[in-house]
Design a protein around this ligand. Structure first.
Ligand code: ZN
Length: 149
């Protein structure tokens, strides 16, 4: 567990310092604003979807290290996936951080996202970790705004 904690810290710090896909996409056909009033995290997620596949995905905004690192990793794993796969990953990630999915025993596609499993111990942090996922999912469903409250 402490090894996982170390990895978690390392990944969060890395992505927070150097967020991936941190830019706007001018040709985005889906985008949404996400807000987590509990912490003050504010993100905007952009998606360029072609033939039901996520060709490009990015985010901008400001927030705590967890929300930014999670958004950064979300863009990495969703890029290249089909819309359906992206929605499935949202569902798995969401259930994992809520403690409804056991990432070790249940089949899932979470891979390196498993490092976020620990946030389930910290209810206030669950919303930080899942904000970008909620926002991505809302964008894909044509919603332009999402709030975690
Ligand atoms: Zn936060």
């Amino acid at each position: 567990m402490s090894e996982l904690n170390d990895l978690y810290q390392e990944v969060i710090l890395d992505h927070n310092k150097n967020p991936r896909n941190f830019r706007e996409i001018e040709t985005a056909n889906f985008k949404a604003d996400g807000y987590n009033p509990l912490c003050g995290d504010q993100l905007k997620v952009f998606l360029e979807v072609e033939d039901e596949r996520v060709k490009d995905v990015s985010f901008v905004g400001s927030g705590c290290a967890i929300s930014k690192a999670s958004a950064s990793m979300m863009t990495q794993v969703v890029k290249g996936k089909s819309k359906e796969e992206a929605e499935k990953m949202f569902d798995e990630f969401h259930r994992m951080v809520l403690g409804e999915l056991d990432e070790e025993t249940e089949e899932n596609n979470l891979g390196k996202l498993k490092i976020f499993a620990g946030v389930r111990e910290f209810p206030a942090r669950v919303k930080c970790a899942s904000l970008s996922w909620h926002t991505m999912n809302a964008a894909l469903h044509g919603e332009e705004e999402v709030s975690t409250e």
